[in-house]
Ligand binder design. Structure first.
Ligand code: ATP
Length: 598
């Protein structure tokens, strides 16, 4: 079941046919002892035939054993098919979700994605293991039972069937109550999971602590928990009342058959035998369970359909960013980038980038500066195609990114993002994520370049130090330097560095600076810069405001222009300059400007 969705012919049809056959045989076999009981009574006991009695008893035992053995085989096959179908579904869904764009993940609730991947798919598996086989085996049992009953005695068979509605009515009512309770408790459990998800995550519990919301969160959790137990109690009690009703009504049926059979035998001299009546009572007893289950299946069915719908909703979402069918894989790339009249929006009613054009030559470095929310990160996200430009073109190494092989493109673009993400593992695991075949020497080399090697070697376990959940055992600066080392291992043709806006202490900042400066000298790079020293390392500065490149040029030219850059310089960058004695003469109000060599 490769590709998108579990559609198409199932590859397990042979196993399915075998299951159907097994269900048919075992359901029929299970009814046989009831029929044989009639003959045991009539031929063996009443007919006083010892041989027949033993033969029939042995046959009955053998049939029961056979039915159960086939039942075991059937359950094995059944769970085999169900597990394989869910295995395929999980894998293909994972693959499908991997193809989903960044937009999908920023829009959808993470908990929702996980629920669909886990409990919804489990639900589908339950449908296959229980619901479908229940429908099959119960229908077969019912049909066989009715046929055999009519062959025994049509009059009593009709009477038996007329009794069925007696227990159909209470079953349906109880089923409906249980269904609505189940749904309520499902919602309640979603709510509980939501609370746990929010408050037990690293950032969530930090927020709870810092805002002193412990008691209120506890109360919220406790209340949901209480609602849950009440629902569970009601649900289990609905089941109990249901059993009382069912047990009473189901004992009425056999009594009626005995009575009717007795009347036929004694009053009307019918040729019906004691054995016949016993068989009919036995078969009627065997009909209760299937009728009951078939009635409840409707409930399961509705619930399963809801799960199927949720899963298929994801399958039906097309992958927004796809490899072009004739995607180009060049031998190499120089990492140059050209934006040509690029327009972009996340939502059509709010344009983010307007007519953005710039050229980054191979080996050069541009710095993008601008107020928060002006669209800087959005611009760089378009290069590795996390999103596609709405109009205009972006070329990488001279080729339109939409025509380039996605793997090739992403392999050659390295991004150090503002928010560093590290997996819970060792520093080594996180570095090897970029290139699993990197040698120890290469790892050390990358760490040295990223200015993190001293820290790593000061740790008792060195590269094997655990970074903690999302790397939270490390400081922001350490995490960022590890992520620089990780990108260096990848050795991309274009390096994009989204400088953290969050405050790092000046030592960390300086260490990052020392790491990044030689890197951008030696390769094509784009910097989203918030600090003067980073900006000064660039060949060209692009000033973005409201999604438009409003100014461009060198620091010396821009700082004098009296526009957005001058303002940014005075409000943001000059603080860093003031703190740095080497750069303190850059302040605009000193009217001393750095030369073009910057
Ligand atoms: P900062 O310097 O604060 O990181 P930025 O210049 O990098 O800001 P962007 O992250 O590119 O700004 O965001 C530009 C605009 O796009 C913002 O107004 C933001 O609200 C909006 N935006 C960003 N990401 C999304 C998204 N996934 N969906 C919808 N709108 C978004």
């Amino acid at each position: 079941m490769a590709g998108h969705g579990p559609g198409g012919p199932t590859p397990y049809w042979k196993q399915m046919l075998l299951v159907i056959l097994a269900i048919f045989v075992s359901s029929t076999f299970k009814l046989m002892p009831s029929v044989l009981t009639g003959r045991i009574i009539d031929e063996g006991l009443i007919g006083r035939d010892m041989n027949a009695l033993i033969r029939l008893i042995l046959l009955s035992l053998a049939v029961t054993l056979g039915a159960n053995l086939i039942g075991v085989f059937e359950s094995y096959l059944n769970s085999w098919i169900a597990q394989h179908i869910t295995y395929d579904m999980r894998n293909s869904m994972y693959r499908h979700l991997q193809e989903m764009s960044q937009r999908f993940f920023t829009t959808n609730n993470q908990g929702d994605i996980i629920t669909r991947m886990t409990s919804d798919i489990d639900g589908v598996q339950r449908v296959i293991t229980n619901t479908l086989t229940d429908i099959l085996s119960n229908s077969i049992t019912l049909i066989v039972a009715v046929v055999v009953m009519y062959r025994q005695n049509w009059l009593l068979a009709t009477l038996g069937i007329l009794i069925v509605p007696l227990f159909v009515i209470p079953t349906r009512t109880a089923g409906r109550t249980r269904w609505s309770l189940t749904r309520e408790s499902q919602e309640c459990s979603d709510e509980i999971n939501g609370i746990l998800n929010e408050t037990m995550s690293v950032s969530g519990q930090l927020l709870v602590k810092l805002f002193g919301r412990e008691d209120r969160e506890y109360e919220r959790y406790r209340a949901a928990n209480e609602k849950m137990i009440n629902l569970n109690i009601r649900e289990s009690m609905a089941g109990k009342w249901f059993m009382v009703i069912l047990n009473t009504t189901s004992s009425v049926g056999p009594m009626l058959l005995y009575l009717a059979g007795g009347i036929l035998m004694m009053r009307y001299n019918s040729d019906i035998t004691v054995g016949d009546i016993t068989v009919l009572v036995g078969l009627l007893g065997q009909m209760y369970r299937p009728v009951n289950q078939l009635l409840n299946i409707q409930v399961d069915w509705i619930r399963s359909m809801a799960m199927f719908t949720r899963i298929f909703e994801y399958y039906d979402m097309p992958a927004e960013i796809q490899n072009a069918p004739d995607a180009v894989i060049p031998d190499s790339t120089d990492g140059s980038v050209v934006f040509d009249h690029v327009e972009f929006y996340y939502e059509p009613d709010r344009q983010i980038l307007k007519d953005v054009s710039f050229r980054l030559k191979s080996g050069d470095c541009v710095a993008i500066v601008g107020p928060s929310g002006s669209g800087k990160s959005t611009m760089i996200n378009l290069i590795p195609r996390l999103y596609d430009a709405v109009s205009g073109t972006i070329t990488f190494g001279g080729i339109d990114v939409k025509k380039l092989d996605l793997h090739f493109l992403r392999d050659h673009v390295g991004i150090v993002s503002q928010e560093t993400y590290l997996f819970n593992g060792t520093i080594r695991d996180n570095l090897l994520y970029a290139r699993s075949d990197a040698t120890e020497q290469e790892l050390i080399e990358a760490c040295k370049k990223a200015n993190i090697y001293d820290f790593i070697s000061s740790q008792e376990k060195g590269l094997d130090t655990m970074v903690g959940n999302r790397g939270l055992k490390l400081s922001g600066g350490e995490k960022q330097r590890i992520s620089i080392a990780r990108v260096l291992l990848k050795d991309p043709a274009l390096l994009i560095f989204d400088e953290a806006t969050s405050a790092l202490d000046s030592i960390s900042e300086q260490k990052i600076q020392e790491a990044i400066e030689p890197l951008i000298q030696s390769r094509t790079s784009i910097l989203i810069a918030h600090r003067l020293s980073t900006i000064l390392a660039a060949d060209e500065i692009l000033v973005v405001s409201g999604g438009v490149i409003v100014e461009r040029g060198s620091h010396a030219k821009l700082v004098k222009a009296g526009g957005v850059y001058t303002e940014l310089y005075n409000t943001q960058f000059s603080k860093a300059a003031a703190a740095d004695p080497d750069h303190s003469d850059y302040r605009v109000d000193n009217h001393i400007y750095p030369g073009d060599e910057y």
